[in-house]
Design a protein around this ligand. Sequence first.
Ligand SMILES: Cc1cc2nc3c(=O)[nH]c(=O)nc-3n(C[C@H](O)[C@H](O)[C@H](O)COP(=O)(O)OP(=O)(O)OC[C@H]3O[C@@H](n4cnc5c(N)ncnc54)[C@H](O)[C@@H]3O)c2cc1C
Length: 414
Amino acid sequence: MKTEKVDVLVIGAGPAGTVAASIINKAGFKVKIVEKMKFPRFVIGESLLPRCMEALSEAGFVEAVKEKKFQEKYGAKFVKNGKICDYFFADQFTPGWNWTWQVPRAEFDKTLADTVEKMGVPVNYETTVTDIKFNGTDSVTTVEDIEGNKTNIEARFIVDGSGYGRVIPKLFNLDKPSDLAPRRTLFTHVVDKKRSMDDEPNRITIIVHQKGIWIWVIPFSNGNTSVGFVGDPEFFKQYQGTNEEQWRTLIASQPYLAERMKDVEMVFEPRILESWSTTSSTFYGEGFVLTGNVTEFLDPVFSSGVTLATVSSQMAAKLVIRKLNGETIDWDKEYTEPMMQGVNTFRSYVMAWYEGTLDTIFFADKPNLEIKNMICSVLAGYVWDTTNPYVKNHDTALVKLAKLINIEKALAEN
Ligand SMILES: Cc1cc2nc3c(=O)[nH]c(=O)nc-3n(C[C@H](O)[C@H](O)[C@H](O)COP(=O)(O)OP(=O)(O)OC[C@H]3O[C@@H](n4cnc5c(N)ncnc54)[C@H](O)[C@@H]3O)c2cc1C
């Protein structure tokens, strides 16, 4: 069997893998990426958050992505029964990026992978990790290409950015069930010919369809729009027929979209995904670190996935560099704890969304603008800024605010 030697082996060429590979490569280490699929490949997760721009910038990807002229995104709009709640990232509490992109991921991820390759990191496509053996921090990873050729890759460290592939958690029994309820999505891309500037293609629209069921509307610069229904798997059981028939029936029942999406051409037959939330019992081990979706993926509602993927890789890459330079790293303190700070902030918001707490806050008659800007920072992905009370006290602040709004409403009605 062929043998290769690298300093760092990165598994997966998604945003997590490419950001980590770029930052470690820039520090002068020999890095290689192995990727199971041929790119471009489809993956869901199309609405980015401003915070991920910091990670993309550190990885040296921003200019290459700009050249693709993806749809710029400046905020989010929540819609419920004709009521609208506007968020513009420019208003956010935390200083930082106030825009990002909405991207068809096949093209976006290929741009990142091509850019990292140009920087000198080889990307072996259609190459799957089948086994890893650790000897202290050193490892030997067996990979298999599409022709069945096997290679052993010796590495001083592994970054696992394999996303839904969950390579290391599966090989070493690190999978842990999520504490979030299972959800299902039915989604497609449509040729959005009736879209106008009034539909604000430069923001994601999230529509509350009914309690616990919501719709994402993510316009792209190529004229297509991604539209997906998300919610309790039980809700979808009442709809019969093909995925397309179910999607069309659902759209026709949503006043905000029915006319715009009537007889719309679909780019592909609507797809179903279910029960995507998982976590891992540890985010690191001797000789490896998990980044991106492999660590934990919560829920699509606040578009946190790519931001958590790129920021975790940004953090992990710097620790890997220090480790390879001979430093001792306290992975719990320097990686797991800060990562969980961000993940847990989003978790509180996801739970508040499904419990209806955020409905009360988003659609309040007279929102407090100072608080709105603090919440806006969370929606922009700045979930590590603990000077923001709505980050620091994420587990209590939303419930308290919703209670206050309800009391004020009751007083006004009496
Ligand atoms: C319904 C839904 C909607 C979502 N919407 C959003 C959104 O709007 N915005 C957002 O930011 N996020 C969203 N997400 C989350 C988003 O999909 C992920 O968080 C994001 O893709 C994670 O990036 P990653 O680099 O960790 O993994 P991925 O993008 O999944 O990349 C991992 C790569 O590893 C490769 N791989 C897997 N196994 C192996 C192996 N054995 N060997 C070699 N390579 C391997 C895969 O082929 C893949 O290319 C959504 C998720 C769901 C389920």
